[in-house]
Every structure is written in C-alpha cells, then in structure tokens.
Design a protein around this ligand. Structure first.
Ligand code: GDP
Length: 300
C-alpha cells in the first residue's frame, strides 16, 4: 500500500485534486456534491456509474445522518470499494497443470504495454521460484521481439521468436511446444495489436488462440489497457473481448494519470476483473490489484 501510494502520488491524484479539496472542507453543501460528481466523472469513472455512486452516497449520508466530511470520505471509500466488486477472483492462472505449462496470452493495442507487462509478470513468477518462457508472437514489429528478448535476458526467461514478418500463430505454437519440451511452468505469449486493421488483427488473434489450443487450453488471456487512454480504451477493449475470452485486465500507466477512476469503469462495463496494475516502466512496477488498498491510495 505504501509503495502504491508513493507511485500514484507521482501524478497529482488518481481522482484529481478536486475531490481531495472537497473532502478537506468542513461542510458539504450542494455545490460540494456537484464537485464530487464532477471529480469522479473527470477521473473517468463514467457518468452513469458516478451518478449511481453519488446517489447511493447521498442516501447513506441522509439515512445515517453523517455529520463530518471525514465520515463522508469513509462512506465514499466504501462505495468505491463496492463498485470494484471486491469479491471477484483476481488470481492469475499461471500454475502448470496436467503435466504441462500454463499458457497465458497477452493481448491489447500497440503501445498499451503488452511487452513490458510480459516482462514484469515473468519477473514476478521467476522471483516466486517458477520457470517461464516468453513467446514473441508480435512478428510485425521487429523491435517488439527484440524488446521481449531483452526482458527475457533481464529476468532469466528463454524467448522464442520467429522470423520478422513471420506467422504469429506459428511462433505461438512453437513457444508452447518448446515450453512443454523444456518443462517450464508458464508460457507467456506477447501478441501484436494493430488496431488500424481490426479485421486482420482479430483474424490473427483468433488464429493464435486456435493454434495454441492444439497443445491444450489457454489458461489466461490478459487484456492490457493503457489507463491514460480513458474511455477510448474501453471501446478498444470491446474489440478484444469480442474475439478472445479475456479472463483478466491489466491496467497500465496508472502512475501517469489523474484518471484512475477508469478502473471502476473497466470493471463495471466489461465485467472482467482487473487483476494487475502497471505503475511504471521498471521491472518491479507491477502490483496485484486490490480494491481496498487501491481506494485508500486514491483518496490519499
Ligand atoms: P506494447 O506495444 O503493447 O507491447 O507496449 P510496450 O510494452 O512496448 O509499452 C509501450 C510504452 O509504455 C513503453 O515505453 C513502456 O515502457 C511504457 N509502459 C508500459 N507499462 C507502463 C506503466 O505501467 N507505466 C508507465 N509509465 N509506462 C509504461
């Protein structure tokens, strides 16, 4: 929590300064409630979700006869945690089973942080005593495979790559094959994300998934979303959830945004658990997503 807070405070505040200033007043009048609403909306919580949340909060305040702003803050925190569905299963399915490695597909648009997240996840797993293999199925950008291989060297994981411009599905297939042969615990597959060519991208992702499944089921499909793209990111997300069974979201670049409310929007609109958050470019800048700790960090 301390680390999370330190990271997040690098930007202003994940819910913007507005909310913090309202919550530091000694009295909440009608204008203050509007400011709370505005802060949540501008932090990308989403209009509907914000209105519902503020209505519930106001009702609670009325029924409970809340007097102090500190109490309102507590109740707001509870409402935010509830909106994040704390009961959802956020564990990563990365453990080997049935004598074969767990297979994790990493999808998302270019620049969202897929390659970086593969590296960071590999690092966490390896630090935990697991063995990991990386598959560079983003064969369209030579730099992508290079970048993944660099992460592999850095964290101690073998990287399987194909020829530049080669078939992504065949690299993914080879990576899982190699993972089975070498007996690693987890195979992480980095994919391409050129959203400009939606149909091509989706065909390609579908094929990667089908081909990988010849070895057995995909255990986890992580959708990487850049928190700084706000509501646009949600639209992009739908393109992916339509094609592959996304089992978890990783929200990256939360360190560089005042729009942390997007976590709530993602969770509500997609109904898929946010499992991890990216808090920087370094190997250790990845944290499991925990609603209560996150809300505490949000509200400062
Ligand atoms: P990909 O195209 O989806 O594979 O994206 P990359 O992994 O190449 O990441 C794109 C850029 O975002 C790189 O410069 C990364 O260092 C940066 N990046 C990724 N995750 C984070 C994060 O959590 N925070 C910050 N600040 N930068 C990130």
């Amino acid at each position: 929590l301390v680390r999370l807070r330190a990271r997040l405070s690098r930007s202003q505040s994940l819910l913007g300064k507005g909310l913090l200033s309202v919550l530091s007043r000694d009295h909440l009048d009608e204008d203050a409630w509007e400011e709370i609403e505005d802060s949540l909306i501008s932090a990308d919580v989403g209009v509907e979700a914000t209105q519902a949340l503020v209505a519930r909060l106001r009702e609670r305040v009325r029924v409970l006869g809340t007097r102090t702003v500190a109490e309102v803050r507590e109740q707001l925190a509870e409402e935010l945690v509830a909106a994040l569905e704390p009961g959802m299963d956020r564990s990563l399915r990365t453990a080997p089973h049935d004598g074969r490695p767990a297979v994790v597909l990493v999808v998302g648009v270019n620049g969202a942080g897929k390659t970086t997240t593969c590296g960071k996840v590999a690092r966490v797993l390896i630090a935990d005593g697991r063995t990991v293999l990386l598959g560079a199925a983003d064969t369209f950008r030579a730099a992508a495979a290079e970048q993944l291989a660099t992460w592999g060297e850095r964290v101690g994981a073998e990287t399987v790559r194909g020829p530049e411009g080669g078939d992504p599905a065949s690299v993914a297939f080879d990576a899982v094959r190699r993972g089975i042969d070498t007996g690693v615990d987890t195979v992480l597959i980095d994919t391409a994300g050129r959203l400009q060519n939606k149909v091509g991208l989706m065909d390609e992702l579908g094929k990667v998934k089908r081909v990988v499944e010849k070895h057995g089921p995909v255990d986890e499909t992580l959708l990487i979303l850049d928190a700084t793209t706000g509501q646009n990111g949600l639209e992009q997300a739908r393109v992916f959830t339509d094609v592959v069974d996304v089992t978890g979201v990783v929200l990256t670049k939360l360190d560089g945004t005042a729009k942390g409310g997007i976590v709530i929007a993602v969770q509500n609109k997609l109904g898929i658990p946010v499992k991890l958050v990216g808090l920087g470019e370094g190997p250790d800048d990845l944290a499991p997503f925990e609603p209560a700790a996150f809300v505490e960090a949000l509200l400062g």
